[in-house]
Design a protein around this ligand. Structure first.
Ligand SMILES: [Zn+2]
Length: 239
């Protein structure tokens, strides 16, 4: 699997786009989270463009993870002439349209007549599961709810005998870390407040420690001096 790192920042960053990725395997491109302005984010990372993406996975409905959905869905409809494909946990999908509807539930035709839209008009949706793997293209995707303000999913995504594990937003959770630890690459968030303190991740022993990589870190993290690997935007990682 090839991982394009698009952004590594948190919601308040001056320096980085919000944390998101494209995971690519066998010609299938999966966008993992979708902050605004997603097309520019993809372009600057020299990652596949929106038209080359096969699906978008939304981990949760905080804006730094999903604020680009409106742009992605309009681009799919008007520029690509097709529905997008959205993957998310049922509790995330249940409220996705509630977040989008005020800006998206009405379009006018050339005669000025309004037409109502629903999410089904704009996207095909697939529910992730916390009890079984869901197959999407070449990827087998497992989900687990994290410790966060709103329903949020950590992920294990496998293809070609390799596994990418991603904590997404969470407080420090040893049970989650154990669940993630089967990953060949384990991407973990770190930040202040209710996020995971870096000290807890610095204390993780080998052999997991050398497979850990940090994202969602604050601007003032000393990336050069950090004892753990810090991913950077634009990086392409072979998982
Ligand atoms: Zn969040």
């Amino acid at each position: 699997m090839k991982l394009h790192v698009l952004g590594v920042g948190d919601a308040f960053s001056q320096q980085s786009y919000s944390t998101c990725f494209v995971l690519e395997h066998d010609g299938f491109c999966l966008l993992i989270d979708c902050p605004h302005p997603i097309r520019k984010v993809l372009y600057e990372a020299q990652a596949p463009d929106l038209g080359q993406l096969d699906a978008v996975l939304i981990t949760h409905l905080h804006g730094d993870h999903c604020s680009g959905l409106e742009g992605l869905l309009w681009f799919s409809r008007f520029a690509l002439g097709r529905k997008a494909s959205i993957l998310a946990h049922p509790q995330v999908l249940a409220r996705t349209w509630e977040r989008l509807a005020p800006g998206m539930d009405t379009v006018r035709d050339e005669a000025g007549q309004p037409h109502r839209l629903t999410l089904d008009d704009l996207a095909d949706t697939t529910e992730l599961s916390t009890t079984s793997a869901v197959q999407v293209g070449p990827f087998s995707i497992e989900a687990r709810l994290t410790r966060h303000h709103i329903p949020t999913t950590a992920l294990r995504i496998s293809a070609g005998g390799r596994t990418l594990a991603y904590s997404c937003d969470t407080s420090f959770d040893p049970g989650l870390l154990e669940w993630l630890s089967v990953g060949d690459l384990v991407i973990h968030e770190t930040n202040l407040g209710i996020h995971t303190p870096i000290e807890d991740l610095l204390a993780v022993p080998e052999p997991l420690r050398s497979r850990l990589a940090l994202v969602h870190y604050p601007d003032d993290l000393d990336v050069e001096g950090c004892a753990l690997r810090c991913l950077r935007a634009g990086e392409v990682v072979e998982v």
